[in-house]
Design a protein around this ligand. Sequence first.
Ligand SMILES: Cc1cc2nc3c(=O)[nH]c(=O)nc-3n(C[C@H](O)[C@H](O)[C@H](O)COP(=O)(O)O)c2cc1C
Length: 400
Amino acid sequence: MDKPKVVLGVSGGIAAYKACELLRRLTESGHDVRVVPTASALHFVGAATWSALSGHPVSTEVWDDVHEVPHVRIGQQADLVVVAPATADMLAKAAHGLADDLLTNTLLTARCPVVFAPAMHTEMWEHPATQENVATLRRRGAVVIEPAVGRLTGVDTGKGRLPEPAEIFEVCRRVLARGATEPDLKGRHVVVSAGGTREPLDPVRFLGNRSSGKQGYALARTAAARGARVTLLAANTGLPDPAGVDVVQVGTAVQLREAVLKASADADAVVMAAAVADFRPATYAAGKIKKKDGQDPEPIVMVRNPDILAEISTDRARPGQVIVGFAAETDDVMANGRKKLARKGCDLLVVNEVGERKTFGSEENEAVVLGADGSETPVPHGPKEALAEIVWDLVARRLG
Ligand SMILES: Cc1cc2nc3c(=O)[nH]c(=O)nc-3n(C[C@H](O)[C@H](O)[C@H](O)COP(=O)(O)O)c2cc1C
């Protein structure tokens, strides 16, 4: 089988060096990559590097190898075009259909999915001109990854940093896997919670659970690749931020509730994949609890935590908002799942069995998605991202 053909467009930003790692990841995972830099990009990383790493000739202009008509052929033959980093200038040119070099010509002739990974100073990113160009590109179906927050070119920090190449690669992989289908969550805002809450007893101890956050992160990544704006509420995961996803860190169930209520105000869908503690210690000891000679430990008195899933399901922030819960059960899995769906009032409930080596921390999952309409969608054992895709299929159908 032919290798999937990827065009890696590189425009003239300081983060161009990071595209070398993206290129390596793409070629090493079996893609045929043609690098099309802009003339400005070559100020940062030279043509020799792109050519040697990709195994293809590199040019910035339409005037080289004219007999092969590269300004048309490269775009037409591509299965995916990814522009990383995408400068403010490149986003403007792409949004307005300019075609004054090989990369902009390629963007006009490509009919495959297109991913832009913008990187620039915060002021440039926030400028209404750039924001309007991004909105235009998204409306036309391109996946524009939100820049990360962090250190920029000089000593300053803010939003505008290129996400890590490994994360851009993940987006490319998922977009390629979906083929030429329209990003069906484009224009949608989705909120995903991930990980497990920790309920502190004292400054060094907490009551927690085994949730790793991997299922929630898979949901966030797949939603971003399907064009959604994603807010990920991460509870104690320690996982790298997915590219193009706004990540909000939370610790306890009470903090998660606040973050969910805030983020879901304008959300089209909320997926509660985090394992939220039902109870928390009634008191918090300001100093470390000490053992006392000859005395039994004090019992821990617990109080109920808020039921976030039930609250947002009963009191929807927007009409038509789709709410998805997760139920991790150890016994009587399906019967308990049905009862939980009715009790919580959500639209979909992903029910899975948990145990020593099942679900928590694993790369794989197996579940049944129950619908409030009585539907049951079994998801066979497989990667967590496969389950995530099915959840979004069901959500997208409900969003119409
Ligand atoms: C040191 C340096 C760093 C730059 N970094 C960025 C950047 O990160 N993002 C950006 O949009 N422009 C950046 N620019 C400005 C672009 O290089 C400039 O807008 C150029 O015209 C872009 O051309 P291109 O879009 O054809 O690659 C930088 C310029 C210099 C000199």
